[in-house]
Design a protein around this ligand. Structure first.
Ligand code: PLP
Length: 423
């Protein structure tokens, strides 16, 4: 089903809501202009309807959360059933059976599946909290302060998560309150660059570095795929220097890249893995899962957790995550991603879109690189007008990114690419 635009974009209701929002929400949160945004009202599968009755084809999965589709019936059922039974609990004091099952499932799908023993989990709400759990865990495990990360890396915006941030624009306004603990390396995107990474690592004094935080494929950084051997290079370096290796798979996890986790493509096992977004398919829940030996750097609770939060192990989030994990294990999910990889990947290649310099991606995660941010922005806006939801990423905003729900049909991708070529 192709998009259906029945009003100007944004329509009159969206325009009115934008004016109201301007009055009452901090002006930094929602970008508001004459042309942006539309206000969402409902969504189903690959379609989103706005308050003015326009139907959009969603090529974003709403920040790569709804890979299984918007409003997926099984997830809605898990949510409503659980909400009617126990809407909120006391996650770290009087937990639920669901938390037990979710932690066990996460262990089974990570460290046990990787043949690395059992995994242990700390649950949280947003992605950046899982990142901060990983940073704290690494500090407890190594007693070292230093953080190694990559330019263009995005790990969320909490104060802790800003330590490994590879985007200066997010750090700079708060830099005076952030400890100067971070070394940033360039993220490699070609064979040549890998030898540069190897050389840089060899020169580093690792004695004060406790953690290496990396996205196996950079998402917000502009869908940057490193050369084969990158993750094993990092694994070997961390092993040699006693540094905790963290894979931030908050974006890449759960088949987004064509494997359950992006690190599965290379068969490299991290010490800690951060998960979020598609973990539940729509409820704010995240997890830091670690090798039991590393996670046991945390002392046994003597009555009060050193790291927890009010909504940790939320019963609705756990119920949805368990259902999402079940759906992800259905072979139909991988088959759907493989079909998107073919149709979208090949479609972008043959498109030969003028003004673009590169197409990169795998699975259901693709980026089209434009000359600059202004051009990518123009394309995103024109596509919105035509009924397609897209986002721009990359350090300069020059990469139009595609992270569609896995069930998107071939003809929907076809109509999107045709429209793209015509704007
Ligand atoms: C790789 C990665 N890590 C961390 C985060 C932060 O997650 P959240 O926005 O849920 O805090 C994101 C969000 O886009 C992400 O892509």
């Amino acid at each position: 089903m192709h998009p259906e635009v029945v009003t100007e974009i944004p329509g009159p209701k969206s325009t009115r809501l934008a004016a109201e929002l301007r009055r009452h929400e901090s002006r930094n949160v929602t970008y508001l202009s004459k042309e942006w945004p539309v206000f969402w009202e409902r969504a189903e599968g690959v379609n989103v309807w706005d308050v003015d009755g326009n139907r959009f084809l969603d090529l974003t999965s709403a920040f790569a959360v709804a890979g299984l589709g918007h409003g997926r019936a099984e997830l809605v059922h898990a949510l409503t059933t659980q909400a009617g039974t126990l809407l909120h609990g006391m996650g770290d004091v009087h937990p639920t059976r669901l938390k037990v099952d979710l932690c066990a499932q996460l262990s089974a799908l990570t460290y046990e599946r990787w043949g690395a023993g059992e995994g242990k989990t700390v649950l949280s709400n947003s992605g950046f909290e899982a990142v901060e759990t990983a940073l704290k865990t690494a500090h407890l495990a190594t007693n070292r302060r230093g953080v190694l990360a990559f330019e263009g890396g995005y790990h969320g915006l909490g104060y802790g998560a800003l330590l490994p941030a590879g985007f200066d624009k997010f750090r700079a306004p708060f830099a005076s309150q952030l400890a100067d603990l971070t070394t940033l390396l360039p993220f490699p995107d070609s064979e040549g660059d890998l030898s540069a990474t190897r050389a840089r690592l060899a020169q580093l004094d690792a004695s004060e570095i406790g953690v290496l935080m990396v996205e196996p494929i950079q998402g917000r950084g502009g869908i940057v795929i490193p050369p084969a051997g990158f993750l094993s290079l990092l694994r070997d370096w961390c092993d040699a220097h006693g540094v905790i290796l963290v894979f931030d798979e908050i974006l890449t996890g759960f088949y987004r890249t064509g494997a359950l986790f992006a690190c599965d493509h290379e068969g490299v096992v991290p010490d800690l893995i951060c998960l979020g977004k598609a973990l539940s398919g729509g409820f704010p829940i995240s997890a830091c899962v670690g090798k039991a030996s590393v996670m046991d750097a945390w002392p046994v609770s003597a009555g009060e957790a050193l790291h927890t939060s009010t909504f940790l192990g939320h019963p609705v989030g756990c119920a949805m995550a368990l259902e999402a994990l079940r759906l992800h294990q259905d072979p139909a999910t991988l088959a759907a991603v493989q079909s998107v990889a073919r149709t979208l990947g090949e479609g972008l290649q043959v498109l030969q879109m003028p003004g673009t310099s590169e197409i990169r991606g795998q699975g259901a995660l693709w980026g089209l690189v434009f000359e600059d941010g202004a051009e990518a922005n123009r394309v995103v806006l024109a596509m919105l007008q035509a009924g397609y939801l897209l986002l721009a990423g990359g350090p300069e905003g020059a990469v139009v990114t595609f992270t569609p729900p896995f069930e998107i049909a071939e003809d929907e991708i076809g109509s999107c690419l045709e429209t793209l070529l015509g704007i």
